[in-house]
Design a protein around this ligand. Structure first.
Ligand code: GLC
Length: 481
């Protein structure tokens, strides 16, 4: 029995291993030269702000998922309506009638984000619940509907205000759009109760209805890509809406069972007609329409040889939850450095409140990140990964001019720089100079038994140029490495 278990275990391991390697291989490089150069330019930006905002913020609950009839940890319903699914869904959708974020001030957000060093923004035009934060013609379940009190506000077309304000601060702009729509009667047909996150009828049996859903989706995406100025990234969520069997093998759960072909080829072609060179991110599909990969709430162990972006919450939840715990600035900065050293981008999420504000803790983090970026941004933006990528608590990046940055991640209580910084993975050229970003003057260094040792002068030790992580810039590395 024991041997049997071991043998089965071995085959399972081999199977899963080959499965995931298979998947890793399946990144398909886009052929359009403009898309290629846009991805290259996007890889220079490194740091993006994601925002999840919708009517759900009023209840301080998870975005959309509480109306999904699956019994998962993140789909739980609580509160007065929770005992009856349909009553709950109605009350949830009635949140439209009270959504009134009167303190919405996108210029304030854009300014704070710009000062923190973010370079692009991705905003939820529509999440799975189907509520549109933009002025669509195709449904009344939207912020600009007469049913939504905020519709009389001059800033009612929230997506327009956000994209405009951030663009003015020099941001590139991405539109988050959910392929599934749990409000649309052509996705969850009211004839049947919804069963799970998927379409609740068989598209093969009711092709007209599915066609009408495809048209609706296409038309809404077309509106976004036509009426909102320059959109750089179309960030499509809801990976289970795809042709049968192409979904992410790591998440086979609810997908693959039903053919939910939304015609990505048609969407991408239209999208690039409206927005030449548009980066399309059809998440988790592994097709030519997933121009970069989006690991969620995690940082890959190793550098990946295709474009990628970790999306992660700044607090615990994507949506606004009162009293949510925000990650310390040190953690956010260390994550950013770790990601950039592995060749990725960091898309960090803030969920605005029902009145249209960021939490004070979010502002405090933005300020801390900005202080760090002002000193060290040069070791982050426009860089590319360089071996050995990471050595203990030191991460490496390479400037396009050839300089290498060794970024020392300080331990939690480490407030002064050690007098000697040592590493083995990088060998400076003989005539190289080494500096500490934010500190004037060259540092003394030597090679000692294959180890690079950098000596810190007293003033740098006594008064580090910043908190959390220190950057040693090596002007030239030896080719002999
Ligand atoms: C998760 C959440 C989804 C959210 C997404 C952002 O998949 O379930 O609601 O929009 O992360 O990456």
């Amino acid at each position: 029995m024991k041997y049997f278990t071991i043998i089965i275990g071995f085959f399972m391991f081999m199977f899963l291993n080959s499965y995931s390697q298979e998947h890793e291989k399946s990144y398909i490089r886009p052929t359009d030269p403009l898309v290629q150069s846009n991805i290259e330019a996007w890889q220079d930006l490194k740091f993006g702000l994601l925002m999840h905002w919708g009517t759900y913020s009023q209840w301080g609950i998870v975005e959309s998922w509480s109306i999904c009839p699956e019994d998962e940890g993140w789909t739980q319903r609580t509160g007065a309506y929770s005992k009856d699914y349909f009553g709950y869904k109605k009350a949830y959708e009635d949140l439209q009638a009270t959504f009134n974020p009167i303190n919405f001030n996108p210029e304030k957000w854009a300014k704070a984000a710009q000062e923190a060093g973010f370079k692009y923004v991705v905003f939820t035009f529509k999440h799975h619940d189907g509520f549109c934060m933009f002025d669509t013609k195709y449904t009344d379940y939207k912020v600009t509907s007469a049913k939504t009190p905020f519709h009389t506000n001059p800033k009612a077309n929230i997506a327009r205000e956000i994209t405009t304000a951030f663009r003015q601060e020099g941001f590139k702009v991405g539109a988050y759009f959910s392929k599934p729509d749990w409000h649309c009667p052509d996705y969850w047909w009211p004839y049947f109760p919804p069963k799970d996150r998927n379409v609740n009828y068989d598209p093969a049996k009711y092709p007209e209805r599915w066609k009408s859903y495809k048209d609706f989706t296409y038309n809404q995406i077309k509106e976004i890509l036509t009426d909102y100025g320059k959109i750089d990234i179309l960030w499509l969520d809801g990976g289970w809406v795809c042709p049968k069997n192409i979904n992410d093998p790591r998440d086979p759960g609810y997908s693959k069972l039903i053919d939910q072909d939304i015609d990505m080829a048609g969407i991408a072609a239209m999208g690039r007609q409206q927005q030449p060179g548009l980066i399309v991110v059809d998440r988790a599909e592994g097709t030519e329409f997933e121009n970069y990969r989006t690991p969620e709430q995690q940082i890959p162990e190793k550098p990946l040889d295709y474009p990628w972006e970790t999306c992660m919450t700044m607090a615990g939840s994507w949506s606004y939850v009162p009293g949510d715990t925000y990650k310390p600035a040190s953690v956010i900065i260390h994550n950013l450095v770790d990601i950039v050293a592995k060749g990725g981008n960091y898309l960090l999420n803030i969920g605005p409140s029902p009145l249209g504000e960021f939490d004070e803790d979010a502002y405090a983090r933005l300020k801390d990140i900005g202080d760090w970026m002002k000193v060290n941004g040069d070791a982050i933006y426009n860089t590319r990964p360089v071996a050995p990528y990471k050595e203990g608590n030191i991460c490496f990046t390479r400037n396009k001019t050839g300089e290498v940055n060794a970024i020392y991640l300080a331990a939690q209580n480490e407030v002064s720089i050690p007098t000697i910084i040592a590493m083995r993975g990088i060998r400076p050229a003989k005539d190289a100079t080494i500096t500490l970003l934010g500190f004037t003057g060259k540092l003394k260094w030597k090679m000692d038994g294959g180890e690079l040792k950098i000596n810190l002068p007293k003033p740098a030790v006594a008064k580090p140029p910043c908190k959390y992580a220190w950057v040693f810039r090596i002007s030239k590395v030896s080719q002999e490495n």
